[in-house]
Ligand binder design. Sequence first.
Ligand SMILES: *Cc1c(COP(=O)(O)O)cnc(C)c1O
Length: 224
Amino acid sequence: MIAEEIHKITSQLPKGVRLVAVSKYHPTEAIREAFNASQRLFGESHAQELQRKHAELADLEAEGLEWHFIGHLQTNKVKYIAPYVSLIHSADSLHLLEEINRQALKAGRIIRCLMQLHVAAEETKFGFTPDEGLTFLEGGAWQQLNGIEFAGVMAMATNTDDLAHRQADFHRARLFFEQAQRDYFPQSFKELSMGMTDDWHLAVDEGATIIRIGTQIFGERIYT
Ligand SMILES: *Cc1c(COP(=O)(O)O)cnc(C)c1O
């Protein structure tokens, strides 16, 4: 099942678009199964859960497994994941970026981060609105953050059946990505992370370079 779904998805992805298998709330056996089906990038959204899986799957990390952090990250949890996380999709404030920077320097590495953009209609989702994102970039404080590589943008669309609405959300994320790439990060901005189980085809059409899929691969999550 897991292997079939991964193959089904990856065989439809244009060249250069990568799949992050979102393994949050799923056991490490499921991650091993996906790894055996050639999946290498895994997304987690809770620092403690990632910390436990990192310890349990050290053997796979040695063979190329990479962890992406995709959920809201509290500043006091950054230290747990800074030594090994491969990409943080959910950088949503200067305050958080400053702490990631501090922990990156402490760990002797540069951590790749995506600016999380808030383009969805829901109030509860984290991230910079496009206007806040531009203000953040114009402010320039980020230039001090030598432990961070600004690698692109992550966004989620509004949770709605109206696909045109979701597409418009993705489109706004893409416009922000392109503007920030042109004006601030012509070298380092490479990733546009958007698209989940219900909308990844739309996101790919709008230029996503990373899609994040959980349910389609691993089934429904059981929240305990
Ligand atoms: C859980 C999660 C996903 C995966 O969602 P599915 O609908 O299960 O594919 C993707 N991105 C983020 C940020 C998530 O928190």
